[in-house]
Design a protein around this ligand. Sequence first.
Ligand code: ATP
Ligand code: ATP
Ligand code: MG
Ligand code: MG
Lengths: 253, 253
Amino acid sequence: MTTLVIANQKGGVGKTTTALNLAASLSAASRKVLLIDLDSQKNSTSASGVNTDASSSLLDVLIDNKPINSVILKTEFKFDLIPASQDLISAEMELININNPTAVLKEKLRQIKYDYDYIVIDCPPSLGMLSVSALRAADKVLIPLQCEYYSLEGLAAMNQTIQEINSSTGDEIKISVILRTMFDTRNKSAREVSQELEKHFAEELCTTVIPRNVKLSEAPSYGMPALYYEPEAKGTIAYLALAGELINKYEKN
Amino acid sequence: MTTLVIANQKGGVGKTTTALNLAASLSAASRKVLLIDLDSQKNSTSASGVNTDASSSLLDVLIDNKPINSVILKTEFKFDLIPASQDLISAEMELININNPTAVLKEKLRQIKYDYDYIVIDCPPSLGMLSVSALRAADKVLIPLQCEYYSLEGLAAMNQTIQEINSSTGDEIKISVILRTMFDTRNKSAREVSQELEKHFAEELCTTVIPRNVKLSEAPSYGMPALYYEPEAKGTIAYLALAGELINKYEKN
Ligand SMILES: Nc1ncnc2c1ncn2[C@@H]1O[C@H](COP(=O)(O)OP(=O)(O)OP(=O)(O)O)[C@@H](O)[C@H]1O
Ligand SMILES: Nc1ncnc2c1ncn2[C@@H]1O[C@H](COP(=O)(O)OP(=O)(O)OP(=O)(O)O)[C@@H](O)[C@H]1O
Ligand SMILES: [Mg+2]
Ligand SMILES: [Mg+2]
């Protein structure tokens, strides 16, 4: 099993769009996939067609030791989902009271290690306890990045935060994949940022680039991944290509 | 003095772009303006051309009672700035230890009440203690919104959070202004979301709409507001119009 964490404290860079469409594409390639929505905005949850507030939530698993299987839902799209819930907003205040709070998610995911090929985690746009818990549980960290000025600064901040987590916990988290999202080749500064990335992060940078594609932003209003809304769209094909690239990278060795 | 808070827990909707360009436009209209960057990403700070880590920060003011004037910087663009600092990342953990932590910012801003016509606060994409402190200090709350599916859900969540703050503190915070940002008239779902907003939030909705305009995303890499980078650009003119609309709304009565 590979736990793939989609994180970036910069907002609106395509974390949810990547987590959802990657989960759909990996499951279309016959992998067993669990998508986990750690963001109290619940965007991945609603974009998967799930709109009810479940009776128990991931927070019950992390804090009250509820079995993790009790919060896993089946979706119509071949992947399973642990939905987000409103109580995630106050997760920080609740997690603080337990021992080694940011290590608990990793422990819980171990219990379902043999049930899935991939676990994909969608993070909120912050570096609070939930995002740190996800980073500590990750096998691979994928950073979606819009090619604009703020993203290079954000990447440096992300690196610094990961170093700080490693030095205080002894973990060895590192950024494994950088994905260019909403890429518009006509935009001069996007091309410049992209060239900077190729120069300084060639190893982590994905060959697949996700283009700006309106179908990706329309699909969530129908409660489905782009693969089920518009299978031929440029954005849909790009996420299928991403799944293929990651399968090649992580499974072929 | 009017304290204008730019907030939305949804990421990448144009909070920083709005805070910065509104501060620049209000100061171009000869108002005395202070911009406060509450986001540890420091985007408003770097886009104002300030790149040094100051010796003391807003957190020192909130926690160690440092005088607020000691953290105010002059920028080259007629408005003053309280820059963000790296220590804002751990603000939550530090503020928790003081009495009534989310009321402190409002108190501190009272001390500079006669120095400015407007205080504009840029918030991080979360609803933690810093954003709540800003909302509690606000005279007017401005919500930038991209017209896409997730934004209507985000607006409902924002409303709910504000109700919760009001019921636990006795405050009477309300959303005063909703601003449509990065608006692309060719995008069908953007037009649909915009029509929904006109139907349900006619009173709060700004007449000024900010178009998607590449000059707005290029200006930050030169460390300046769009007004000083490309004064004739569509995006620049839209933010000048927004300043005019707010001056009319808040000063003419
Ligand atoms: N490749 C793309 N082309 C067009 N629109 C896109 C693309 N990727 C994402 N979007 C749209 O951009 C907006 C932001 O994307 P998304 O919500 O996935 O980002 P996020 O990083 O998860 O945001 P947050 O920081 O709030 O969690 C959404 O409206 C989404 O539909
Ligand atoms: N009207 C616009 N036209 C084109 N690009 C824009 C516009 N407004 C903002 N942008 C760009 O979109 C991106 C997101 O905007 P911005 O950083 O202001 O959002 P934010 O809400 O402050 O994000 P965060 O949630 O991370 O704080 C930035 O690259 C910015 O330059
Ligand atoms: Mg998201
Ligand atoms: Mg911002």
